[in-house]
Design a protein around this ligand. Structure first.
Ligand code: BG6
Length: 491
């Protein structure tokens, strides 16, 4: 665990990811006193700028926390403290020279501590970089900035390739330089509070564990909805599409923790062994189990093609619904419907487990049960069940057993996903990071349909248009109904 002297190098320090996610997470950890005791942050990127300009960019997205009065009060002081431990160095990504300079800077920082008896050179490299430079930087760092006098860690983030083959190629190149133990692959969904709760909810509740299988469950939906479009990220997005952007990674991670068997222990390897095992039971998604969409202008909202960074003839999907089948004794025959879309009517990520019909018998009109795990916004677990309408009536009505975090855990401060994960990386805990073999099995499931969408097999699938701000393509309700989903109320 890195609790003492450490330097964190943020590569790609002038970019979007660093400014919107990495630095705010490091800042939050700093303000709460969770960073290692003697920590320095060094930004590295190609852009030439002086320290003042760097600090401006580094802190541009910081905001005083709304849920913590004490931290809100000390905000200005904390920002000052944070910049005082942060510096910047510009350099290229593809030449040793730049990394040699960086190494010199790291040694200077480390040597200054020597007088106080601190001699370890612990280095954490956070790669907030586009995939095009990713391998060359990993190599350059290993060659020029690796130290034998402390721990070296490298934190990397998707996209990990575009299909099974390209991911394998990228991971092999990386593996030649950095060991699995030194590598931390982020999928930030694994840092989200509700995803982390899944293991406890599932295996810490006898009644729930008993009712999560093909005997009782009709269908499972994992839904990702965003109310905004590409917003200037069209260049990146168009090359990837919604399936690579969120399904193959974020939603697949969600599915694996939801569907896996109970691990031997909470240890990183035991948990990830079970995740891999369940993914290996899923055959590649079939063409017939796929529905694609792309958003179009509606009212004053722009269409996908109105984004200047998107090619005018692009048929890249911004919406996808698909079905995965898990061929194991627990889940055989239960459709896992994955739905994800941009420019929809609301912001929501949830897991919805719908149970089979109640045996009619004494009832004429009774709803199904549903267990909903809301990941965001506002974490909640709620169970849709039936209850007698109080009074003289004997009518059964659907009601909710509701565990909303804001009502139940009023004092709790829920960390942002990146904060939780960066802290785990300092601790050396790999549980919530993606293991190399997880990527392989997950890509195998998606690669055939992705190649179809890319036109590698000739004719591409149809992509239906849907208006910005709607619930998705018109066929979506028919699609989910085909796999047994019955809408309860207006959900
Ligand atoms: C990113 C995707 O990985 O996840 C984005 O590239 C998406 O397109 C984002 O918006 C969603 O993350 P969150 O935490 O806002 O649900």
């Amino acid at each position: 665990s890195l609790t003492e002297e450490t330097v964190v190098v943020v590569l790609g320090a002038s970019g979007d990811l660093a400014q919107k996610k990495t630095f705010p997470a490091l800042f939050a950890l700093y303000a709460q006193g969770h960073l290692p005791k003697d920590v320095h942050i060094v930004g590295y990127a190609r852009t030439k700028m002086d320290e003042a300009e760097f600090h401006k960019r580094q802190t541009g997205h910081l905001k005083p926390p709304k849920d913590d009065e004490k931290l809100a009060k000390s905000f200005d002081e904390d920002v000052k403290g944070f910049t005082s431990i942060s510096s910047y160095i510009a350099g290229p990504y593809d030449e040793d020279k730049g990394f040699q300079e960086l190494n010199k800077r790291l040694e200077e920082i480390e040597d200054q501590r020597k007088s106080s008896g601190k001699t370890a050179r612990n280095r954490v490299f956070y790669m907030a970089l586009p995939p095009s430079v990713f391998t060359v930087v990993a190599k350059g760092l290993k060659k020029n900035c690796y130290t034998n006098d402390g721990d070296n860690r490298i934190i990397i983030e998707k996209p990990f390739g575009k299909d099974f083959e390209s991911c394998r190629e990228m991971m092999s190149a990386l593996k030649a330089e950095w060991t699995e133990n030194e590598t931390y692959r982020i999928d930030h969904y694994l840092g989200k509070e509700m995803i982390k709760n899944l293991l406890v909810l599932r295996f810490g509740n006898v009644f729930l564990d008993a009712a999560l299988n093909k005997n009782y469950v009709s269908n499972v939906q994992i839904t990702f909805k965003e109310p905004f479009g590409t917003e200037g990220r069209g260049g990146y997005f168009d090359e990837f599409g919604i399936i690579r952007d969120v399904c193959q990674n974020h939603l697949m991670q969600t599915l694996s923790v939801l569907a896996m068997e109970r691990p031997v222990s909470f240890s990183a390897e035991d948990v990830r062994d079970e995740k891999v095992k369940v993914l290996r039971c899923i055959p590649p998604i079939e063409r017939k189990d796929l529905l694609l969409g792309q958003y179009a202008a509606s009212g004053d909202k722009p269409g996908y093609h109105d984004d200047d960074t998107v090619p005018k003839d692009s048929v890249s999907p911004t919406f996808a619904a698909m079905v995965l089948w898990i061929n194991n004794p627990r889940w055989e025959g239960v459709p896992f419907i994955m739905k994800a879309g941009k420019a929809l009517n609301e912001s929501k990520v949830e897991i919805r487990i719908q149970y089979k019909d109640v045996t009619q018998g004494i009832f004429t009109d009774i709803s199904r049960n549903e267990l909903v795990l809301r990941i965001q916004p506002s974490e909640a677990v709620y169970l849709k069940m039936n209850s007698k309408l109080p009074g003289f009536s004997t009518r059964a009505v659907p009601v909710e057993l509701d565990l909303s975090y804001t009502k139940r855990f009023t004092e709790a401060k829920i960390p942002q996903a990146y904060e939780a994960l960066i802290l785990d990386a300092f601790k050396g805990d790999h549980s919530n990071f993606v293991r190399d073999d997880e990527l392989d099995v997950s890509w195998k499931i998606f690669t055939p349909i992705l190649h179809w969408i890319d036109g590698k097999d000739g004719e591409k699938p149809k992509v239906e248009s849907y208006p910005y701000g709607s619930r998705g393509p018109e066929g979506i309700d028919e699609f989910t109904a085909k796999y047994g989903y019955k809408r309860i109320g207006n959900e």
